[in-house]
Design a protein. Structure first.
Length: 145
């Protein structure tokens, strides 16, 4: 296991999650696309007009950098706790923590309300599905890197 493998696994999982989020958003199944949420937050921080092109331009890299950070944190935890990085059980536990962090920290910080309530009453469930996608992508990435 190496740091670069953690970064690659995080980015690949983030790509899968972002694609599923965007497809779900465009089909009307998901109330908010993750690149849009991330880009809107970045535009607000940078105090720039949140035009659609700018939101996507900011949102995609923010989402992928965040995913890479999740991968490197997972790598560091693997070193500290000495676990097999491709273990489905360990990945499930890690992604569950990420999901809860999304609901209780990231979404409120991004202005989406407690549990993402501004994105709809089922935002918690949408986020659970998207995090399951992330977890599957993360597991797959650890298998191939």
């Amino acid at each position: 296991m190496s740091a670069s493998e953690g970064i690659i696994a995080g980015i690949l999982a983030g790509i899968f999650m972002g694609i599923v989020s965007e497809i779900g958003y465009r089909l009307g199944v998901v109330k908010a696309s993750l690149p849009i949420v991330d880009g809107s937050f970045a535009a607000k921080l940078l105090k720039v007009k949140p035009e659609t092109w700018r939101v996507y331009t900011l949102g995609a890299p923010v989402h992928l950098v965040t995913s890479a950070i999740f991968g490197i944190v997972y790598y560091a935890l693997g070193l500290a706790l000495d676990f097999e990085p491709s273990s489905p059980g360990v990945i499930t536990a890690y992604v569950a923590i990420l999901w809860l962090s999304m609901l209780f920290v990231a979404l409120p910080a991004a202005g989406q309300g407690f549990l993402g309530s501004k994105m709809g009453q089922f935002a918690w469930l949408e986020q659970l599905v998207l995090h399951i996608v992330f977890g599957i992508g993360f597991w797959w990435a650890w298998e191939i890197v």
